[in-house]
Design a protein around this ligand. Structure first.
Ligand code: ADP
Length: 557
């Protein structure tokens, strides 16, 4: 019975205490938030009224709203008071913070440091970075600012605890960025160094190659120069100055025009302009005035130098003195002209006498003499063709090849030549592929000379496969006559040169006779008729030579 009474009185005491605690908590919250200005406290002497000063009230609100944790601890390190922020930092409900030991909210390894800090803070204010550990064991980097304060109840420590997590993270990120920056800077520096050494090497190489070029150009016998893309000259070698007797002041830019022979200048400018516009390498012969006023022939060549983008940055030109060769050629031409002329008359009489002998008492002549006479006639005819070719060449050189032009039927001309060839070369198979007839204006004899030359060559340069085809066709306003053989053919560089005077492909195997005049004369004749002559061929694949002439009309059927 006694214990039941005791229990009842204990329960009512607990209930009273609980109510008092609730009231106290409400009061504290009201004080914290500044809702109350005065407190009525019940003690042994009855109820007492405590008014809170305005300043206190301001500070309370201020502390409560702070983003830092604020804690007051006793000398024993017990939390007497803290703000909401600190309660959050240690993850403990605000009402349960009072009476807890501050040391229990730092990790083991920081406990000694905090003890020392608290200890020394009683003597003087201090600040230190310490790790705070919340109720769940999570660490937080904090700055502890400790101040010694005097409360009504005695001295206490006031701590302002700043969460440094963001700061530390930012610091960490900053450090990372700094490290990256430092790495990038080091890499750039390395790149810079290597670039610098490459530039040095290149500059050195450039210097050497420039000096090479200079030494080389000054040592060769030819004159050399470099042009900018517009054709103006920006450098000459020593030979140029020595030969022309000029200097850069007068010959630089376009000053070179002054030393070109006035009769050659227009052609030089036209040809050079063509190269500048198209990028096609320049090759042309002209005369340059020497320092003593004498003009000498030179062969000029200029090639473009391009940058990585393919744009022309320079032209490098050379001029080779060919005056002696030219004079030599002229002397040779003169000799050929005189010799062929001198040979022509006795040859004509020789041929005449041979005809007379062949006709004299024809039936009484023994077979052996007849045979010798026919061989002599063939040989004299061959000689006559050669002499006549030689005469043509010298006439071409002198501009004296004559062309009396009339209307010429292409089909007619082709038929006659093929007939002729069949007669001479009976072992060869001649085929014709003839289109409709076309009329051109020309010299039939000369044009037959061209076609016969192509047919003779087709025979001469195809010993194995003896099929030769003559074809006529229309190409725009031109009629094309082509002669196709299946012989030894020609390489690309041979094709470029066979129309030159006296050019022959060296052919040790076949040892064909000839002087390299036929195609040269043919080209001259066709050009005179406003036409073109060319060849399509591959080595060992045969050749198709053709010429084209402007059509005047198509005869009515
Ligand atoms: P040539 O009297 O030497 O035949 P051409 O001027 O007629 O003189 O020809 C020049 C050169 O062109 C010849 O030496 C030969 O090498 C080459 N040529 C001409 N026609 C042919 C052909 N049908 N096939 C291969 N090569 C040829």
């Amino acid at each position: 019975m006694q214990s039941t009474d005791q229990n009842i009185s204990l329960l009512s005491e607990i209930e009273e205490l609980r109510q008092q605690l609730e009231e106290a908590n409400d009061t504290i919250n009201a004080i914290r938030s500044g809702q109350v200005d005065a407190l009525v406290i019940k003690d042994d002497e009855g109820h007492q009224l405590y008014t809170l000063k305005t300043a206190d009230q301001t500070y309370r609100v201020f502390i409560e709203k702070m983003s830092e944790g604020a804690v007051t601890v006793s000398r024993e390190g017990i939390i007497l008071y803290c703000n909401t922020r600190f309660a959050e930092m240690i993850s403990v409900p605000l009402e349960k913070t009072m009476g807890l030991e501050l040391l229990s909210f730092v990790p083991e390894e920081s406990k000694e440091k905090l003890t020392q800090v608290l200890e020394s803070s009683w003597k003087e204010d201090c600040r230190e970075e310490i790790i705070l550990k919340d109720n769940r064991g999570k660490d937080m980097h904090c700055l502890f600012s400790c101040n010694n304060i005097e409360l009504d109840t005695g001295p206490a420590l006031s701590l302002i605890i700043t969460d440094l997590t963001i700061l530390k993270n930012t610091e960490h990120q900053l450090k990372q960025r700094n490290d990256e920056l430092e790495e990038a800077r080091a890499a750039t520096e390395k790149l810079n160094d290597s670039l610098e050494s490459t530039v040095k090497e290149r500059t050195h190489d450039l210097l050497i190659s420039r000096e090479h070029f200079k030494v080389l150009t000054n040592n060769i016998t030819q004159m050399t120069w470099t042009n900018l893309p517009d054709g103006s000259v920006n450098s000459y070698n020593q030979q140029w100055y020595k030969y022309t007797g000029t200097n850069f002041e007068t010959a630089g830019d376009f000053g070179w025009k002054a030393v070109i022979h006035p009769d050659d200048l227009a052609a030089v400018l036209a040809r050079f302009d063509f190269s500048l516009q198209t990028g096609v390498p320049y090759e042309h012969e002209n005369r340059y005035r020497r320092h003593d006023g004498v003009y000498r022939w030179h062969l000029n060549r200029a090639n473009p130098l391009r940058n990585d983008e393919g744009e022309i940055i320079y032209w490098v030109g050379t001029a080779t003195d060919i005056d002696d060769q030219k004079q030599e050629m002229e002397r040779k031409d003169e000799f050929i002209g005189i010799a062929s002329h001198e040979l022509k008359t006795p040859l004509t009489s020789l041929k005449g006498y041979l005809q007379l002998i062949s006709g004299y008492k024809k039936d009484e002549l023994p077979a052996i003499v007849k045979n010798h006479l026919s061989k002599a006639t063939v040989a004299v005819n061959k000689l006559q063709t050669l002499v006549s070719d030689l005469l043509d060449v010298s006439k071409i050189k002198a501009g004296k090849l004559e062309y009396a032009k009339t209307s010429v039927s292409i089909n007619n001309m082709v038929a006659q030549c093929v007939e002729n060839a069949k007669h001479i070369y009976s072992t060869y198979d001649f085929q014709t592929e003839i289109s409709e007839d076309y009329i051109i204006q020309g010299n039939q004899e000369r044009l037959e000379q061209v076609l016969m030359n192509l047919l003779n060559n087709a025979v001469k340069y195809s010993h194995v496969n003896k099929h030769i085809t003559v074809n006529t066709s229309r190409h725009q306003g031109m009629v094309r006559v082509s002669v196709k053989d299946k012989g030894i053919g020609l390489s690309a560089d041979q094709k470029d040169r066979i129309f030159e005077r006296f050019y022959r492909v060296e052919d040790k195997k076949n040892m064909t006779s000839g002087l390299g005049m036929g195609l040269y004369i043919s080209k001259e004749i066709i050009s005179n008729h406003g036409g073109i002559i060319s060849v399509e061929s591959e080595p060992n694949q045969g050749a198709t030579f053709y010429f084209e002439l402007p059509i005047v009309s198509v005869p009515k059927q």
